[in-house]
Design a protein around this ligand. Structure first.
Ligand SMILES: [Mn+2]
Length: 420
């Protein structure tokens, strides 16, 4: 006899119903078929068996199939509830054990007695050295209020006032900290882009108010005057310089990197101040310098070789820092801090062993940065202090605020000081 093919139990039942079989007869036939195919012992099998038993013994309060299913559901629900309860009891027990443990630990501890420390505070602070980063002046840059819709204004007059603001900022910070600890030395780190240049990009002549000769001569005077003033605050001033990209002479790569107006400005300033014994100079043809303050080495270069687009190229700077670490191993130099300019966004980036300082700029938002990137930065230069044992400690952004009223107040204070 050929195996009977069961495609669908419901269909089979419908067929039997059409033949006139009763509900019980259909259930029995299907059930036999089901057992023959699957020999099932599952709970559904028990439900069906129970139904068939009660249908065969009608005296025994015969339940309908639905009644039996409902009863089965009820017992499943009850079982689930029992499980849930058991789990809740377990959780509660576990929590109680932890709480008891903590309470025991607290109670077994001695009662806390304030120790009433008596500490004599050290006020004999060690000397610190001040570092002032100067870069990205881009002297000669001209930005009109009209062309930027009032977003920025920059010209030589603003630049001169910014030098005043830089001086007042430096003076206040140094005089303030001198009240606490000795400060004798200033290190000025010139990080490049001192001049704006005139043929770095196409049409640059439309955005300068000083030609390159006067950028060079006039900025030399401003820097020399500023450094000269610094002699009133410090016994010794060490000046370090690296060139930027704006001062390069010729197309990119046409001349060596030190064929650069920045380098010429540094050398001119050195010449102007050569008779003052307070100054020492570290200006060479190299594009990088390492300045040592106490036991800490400060590596500096301009930063234009680090590729970036919009904002701080974090990974590029990180990679440059690691590469320079290897490169300087050739000379047995290990550096602790890195200083760059170029990105116009004052920042400090932490690292495993090296902290990187990125200086701000003087012109603020240029037409290029604002129109192209919607970016503008407050003109800021970076100052920080170096402690003999702790390395760089406090750091200040000196905001080059040229607000007329604020500058007037500072000027008045200076006059009073001089007794004029
Ligand atoms: Mn630059």
């Amino acid at each position: 006899m050929a195996e009977k093919k069961v495609s669908n139990w419901r269909e089979e039942a419908t067929q039997l119903q059409l033949k006139g079989l009763t509900e019980v007869e259909i259930a029995k036939r299907i059930w036999r078929e089901y057992q023959r195919c699957f020999k099932s012992e599952a709970s559904c099998a028990r439900t069906v068996q129970r139904y068939l038993r009660s249908a065969e013994n009608p005296g025994n309060n015969s339940d309908s199939f639905e009644d039996v299913v409902e009863e089965m559901k009820g017992s499943i629900r009850k079982k689930a509830e029992r499980e849930k309860k058991r789990e809740a009891v377990l959780m509660k027990a576990a929590t109680d054990i932890i709480i008891d443990g903590v309470l025991d630990a607290i109670q077994s501890r001695e009662h806390y007695q304030p120790k009433r420390f008596e500490v004599v505070h050290n006020t004999n602070f060690s000397e610190e050295t001040i570092v002032l980063d100067i870069s990205d002046i881009q002297a000669g840059t001209y930005i009109s209020k009209e062309s930027t819709g009032g977003l920025n204004e920059y010209n030589w007059d603003v630049l001169e006032r910014q030098f005043e603001a830089l001086w007042y900022g430096l003076e206040e910070i140094v005089v303030r900290h001198k009240m606490v600890a000795p400060i004798n030395n200033l290190h000025v780190h010139l990080l490049g882009d001192i001049v704006e240049g005139w043929d770095i990009f196409k049409g640059q002549t439309h955005s300068i108010d000083h030609d390159i000769a006067h950028q060079l001569l006039d900025i030399t005077d401003l820097i020399a005057d500023f450094l000269d003033k610094c002699r009133t605050l410090f016994d010794h001033i060490h000046v370090v310089g690296v060139p930027g990209n704006h001062g390069r002479i010729g197309r990119r790569g046409e001349n060596l990197h030190y064929v650069n107006y920045d380098y010429i400005v540094y050398k001119f300033v050195e010449k102007l101040l050569k008779n003052y014994p307070e100054f020492t100079w570290q200006i060479s043809e190299s594009w990088w310098q390492v300045d040592t303050i106490y036991d800490y080495n400060f590596l500096m270069f301009h930063g234009d070789d680090i590729r970036g687009w919009q904002g701080i190229p974090y990974y590029g700077i990180d990679r440059a820092a690691k590469n320079y670490r290897e490169l300087l191993e050739l000379l047995g130099i290990r550096y602790d801090y890195m200083e760059i300019g170029h990105f116009h966004m004052p920042s400090e980036l932490a690292g495993v062993t090296t902290e990187k300082f990125i200086n701000g700029c003087w012109p603020g938002g240029t037409i290029y940065s604002m129109k192209g990137l919607g970016a503008a930065n407050t003109p800021v230069q970076k100052l920080f202090a170096v402690h003999p044992r702790q390395g760089v400690t406090y750091r200040y952004p000196i905001r080059l605020v040229v607000d007329k009223d604020k500058l007037d107040v500072a000027r008045r204070q200076e006059r009073t000081k001089k007794g004029q």
